[in-house]
Design a binder for this molecule. Sequence first.
Ligand SMILES: C[S@@+](CC[C@H](N)C(=O)[O-])C[C@H]1O[C@@H](n2cnc3c(N)ncnc32)[C@H](O)[C@@H]1O
Length: 227
Amino acid sequence: MNTPPQGSQEPTREPFIPALRFRVLTRAYDALLSLTLDEERHKRALIEQAAITPGHAVLDLGCGTGTLTRMIKTAHPAASVTGLDLDPEALGIARRKAADAGLDLAFVQGSATAPPLEPGSFDRVLTSLMLHHLRREQKQQALGAAWSLLRPGGELHVADWGRPQDSLMKLAFLPVRILDGFAPTRDNVRGNLPTLLRDAGFADVAETRNARTVYGTLTHLRARRPA
Ligand SMILES: C[S@@+](CC[C@H](N)C(=O)[O-])C[C@H]1O[C@@H](n2cnc3c(N)ncnc32)[C@H](O)[C@@H]1O
């Protein structure tokens, strides 16, 4: 059984922006993404860049309905994989999907800003489409927490909305900004994620990919906690 190293077991009640802004829409999230985003291709690219090896402990931070978590474990069965999210409903969907696929995954309810997990216990932290749900100070807290959760030399791999490549991508991102809020998406649209990563103490920060999507520019980044 895959058991993540945990701290407090108390459910976290911090306010958060659900996957599609309104809780009632969470159950439609998977269908919407697979129809509109070519989701598996982007998530596969993030997993490939993470270069996970057997025995690695991997965290999917803000795992939502657990698609990336499931894909990590399928691609790397000898890694121990944990998903963390604040939304109990999304976690319920994630757990059902893992059970249906017969995958041994651990899911933890908690905030990315103060994860109830043991510092220094992960080799890789992956996070997809969560950071744009967080305001500046929450992003800083979550990136600081990701740094602490990693072992020295461990890596963070991010997929999230980045600075639009052109005015069409800027326009495409507008519905996301209206839905998820202008404040939490501001650092994304301004292309500030690399700076926030460096400010959190990460080294070797690099943008690895900028993909055009119907929701704007999807940026992948990598960063390393210095050894
Ligand atoms: C758009 S969904 C992305 C889900 C998944 N990672 C993916 O790539 O499809 C954003 C997720 O971030 C979660 N979230 C928002 N604020 C959070 C926080 N402070 N801590 C943990 N998860 C959070 C939401 O509950 C939601 O499941």
